[in-house]
Design a protein around this ligand. Sequence first.
Ligand code: BGP
Length: 473
Amino acid sequence: MLKLPKDFLMGGASAAYQVEGATKEDGKGKVLWDDYLEKQGRFSPDPAADFYHRYDEDLTLAQEYGVQAIRVSIAWSRIFPDGTGKVEPRGVSYYHKLFASCKKHNIIPFVTLHHFDTPLKLHDKGDWLSQEMLDAFVDYAKFCFKEFPEVKYWITINEPTSMAIQQTVSGTFPPGVTGRFDLAFQAEHNQMVAHARIVNAYKKMNLGGQIGIVHALQTVYPYTDSAADKHAAALQDAFEIRLYLDGTLAGEYNPETLKLVKEIVDANNQPMFKSTPEEMDELSRAAHQLDFVGVNNYFSKWIKAYDGDSEMVHNGTGAKGTSVSRLHGIGEERKPDGIETTDWDWSIYPKGMHDMLVRIKKEYPLVPAIYVTENGIGLKESLPKDADDNTIIDDPKRIDYLKKYFKAIAEAINDGVNVKGYFMWSLQDQFSWTNGYSKRYGMFFVDFPTQKRYVKKSAYWFKKLSETHEIPE
Ligand code: BGP
């Protein structure tokens, strides 16, 4: 039987906008999503899981089911409603209360400073493409470090890549621009510079905590062994993964990576992103001081050479088999036969997790530690009609998924990778950015209309693993 190390941390994950609800309460400023979602009219970020009012209830449950750490994020616009300037004391006080509740329940908070929720005023100025945004983000981070000494684990940014790509390539995040690879690369470079400035400032402050970044790292494989497919996979990897691992974990861009990025922008008649020697120096200093990297890995991708126009269709409803992704200058996603997928077309491929963890150890030796900061499966789940207080939601698919992925992590640890912990996405059911409320990931079921919580069988499974550290067959 495979075992996890004794000090392996078992956690649950969340993000402010996806759980808190209360988007108009206590002086919170608007973020890029509020008007965008209202206009779209598909779903609302309120009430989400009403974590703003129910954090203590959720942390009580978490403690009972073996959760030792939690990923939460601070909603920047609860503290600075406009992104800069005036501080909202009610927002500050909410997070002090949340961290005190974590302490009471013996749960370590890993706190993200930016999880897809740019304050609207800064979003309107260009979001990650604006220097004003970058400076404001660094100031907000420093404010948090001083204000919340009770936090010992900080994460600068959640998934810089997916934010940028969804904002300006696939258009699934506001402002909904498509096909602008150049803007995505520039926004990502800018996020890495802001991240690096924050890491370097944090280390200077000597607060005795740890700081890291979280990346979306879906492993990329060529569809076949042909040279063309292998090259397409290398382009896709540079686009979604390699540039950001280089920038944040090595502190410099490998010339081979830059060549691939240049090939993508050239093919789309767009300019290369800009960087300065001062920025590169900042990246290098940060990479040498970074305490950990967070790996978000849910699925893997297979890429085939493709020569046509870009076409992307997002499966945001769980209608299996509806996703399309063909990018001009990169390649086309195609799953080999026999790869199992979820209703949202995400492949279930634990080997991808293992390969990614091993790759980081091999190719980015500066990184001292890795946490799996997100992994889990989105399912369509409902409350039985005759549910009562003791109803337990049966989720065998999730247990099966977790078992396979935990095995892959344990194997990577056996291969010498320093994986220190795991955060299941998600702690409780929550709101999903582009899928709303029907894609449930939680170990606790949330009946959104009543906000009542029900335990899922996977929570029992998780508790046992947390107590024994033995992965059952
Ligand atoms: C990650 C995000 C999370 C979460 C998760 C699941 O990219 O960091 O915020 O949403 O993916 O994705 P989705 O909600 O699209 O299923």
